[in-house]
Design a protein around this ligand. Structure first.
Ligand code: PRT
Ligand code: ZN
Length: 283
């Protein structure tokens, strides 16, 4: 049995549970308790506030956790970052009122900076030889310059919309973050084996994200050109069709490149193009 701590309610909860669901690990979300047992996998889920997850894993009260890298950095918890999870992307940035001129890190000398991340900020300030007055605030950091309680803020930014609507501009990105899977040091062999099994499944789910399965009919004399457009995992599958001079071509493409490739394949004479959902990719 292995125990994983995930955020009980917030931005990372749904994606964390969805990943486990996709990996065939079922947790009864309707009866969400403090501690829940998964069905069909030797796993217990501990629901916590994100701030508590790194410490709980470092102390060994949980073996694993899914939490923002920003929280790992802020708590300074001694844990192993096992995987980037591919969701919860954001950054910890410094922002100042938009009408002020930014002159580099020295801008912050003697300034009051509001933040919920005083440790990450103070490391960045020392690395840049700047002495500033850090004001720790737990919520609504972005309103503190307008409220006159700070000159600048250091906060999580994702789209940047919150900064803009508060009359602020981002001037330094200090940490790029996303949700990470963390583990405590020194997992016993039995738990390591369960973790390896989970990672195998997580990797297959993450590998399939942003990809589509594509198949089409194509004139046999165009196959070699089509193969150049579709690199695939090893190489595309080509099968002859009953109709003379035609083949069926199967491959996997990145969703971001899908339409561009379809246009090029059509120009080669591809017909009957099917694009299918890709559930798992096992390398
Ligand atoms: O209750 P608990 O303590 O568990 O939750 P929380 O309120 O502390 O955290 P939560 O659920 O808000 O965020 C959890 C994690 O999601 C963070 O620690 C980050 O790792 C990650 N994350 C990703 C974000 C964002 N994106 C994000 N945009 N966390 C917060 N925000 C905030 C941001 O600070 C801003 O105020 O969302 C607002 C909108 O951002 P913009 O830039 O898109 O406007
Ligand atoms: Zn929190």
């Amino acid at each position: 049995m292995i125990r994983i701590a995930i955020q009980s309610k917030g931005r990372l909860s749904e994606d964390s549970l969805a990943l486990m669901r996709e990996a065939g690990i079922k947790i009864d979300e309707l009866k969400r308790k403090f501690l829940a047992r998964a069905a069909g996998f030797p796993l217990e889920v501990l629901y916590l506030r994100d701030d508590d997850i790194p410490g709980v894993v470092a102390s060994g009260s949980a073996d694993l956790g899914i939490v923002g890298l920003n929280e790992v950095a802020e708590t300074g918890a001694d844990v192993v970052v096992v995987r980037n999870m591919g969701f919860g992307a954001c950054r910890l940035s410094l922002a100042i009122p938009k009408d002020q001129e930014y002159t580099g890190p020295k801008f912050f000398e003697g300034k009051r900076i509001a933040t919920s991340y005083p440790n990450v900020l103070s490391r960045w300030l020392s690395a840049n030889g700047v002495k500033a007055d850090i004001r720790k605030i737990m919520g609504s950091v972005e309103i503190s310059p307008a409220a006159g309680i700070a000159d600048a803020i250091f906060d999580i930014v994702s789209s940047g919309g919150t900064l803009v609507s508060n009359g602020l501009k981002e001037v330094e990105t200090v940490l790029s973050s996303e949700a990470v899977l963390i583990a405590r040091h020194g997992l016993e062999a039995e738990k390591q084996a369960i973790l390896d099994k989970m990672l195998f499944r997580f990797d297959a789910v993450m590998e399939s994200s942003g990809k589509k399965y594509i198949l089409m009919n194509i004139p046999t004399d165009k196959v070699s050109e089509a193969v150049k457009i579709l690199p695939a995992m090893r190489s595309p599958t080509v099968m002859p069709l009953a109709a003379e001079g035609w083949c069926s071509l199967h491959s996997v493409v990145l969703e971001s490149e899908l339409w561009d490739k379809i246009e090029r394949l059509k120009a080669l004479g591809a017909e009957g193009i099917l694009v299918l959902h890709l559930d798992k990719v096992i390398d």
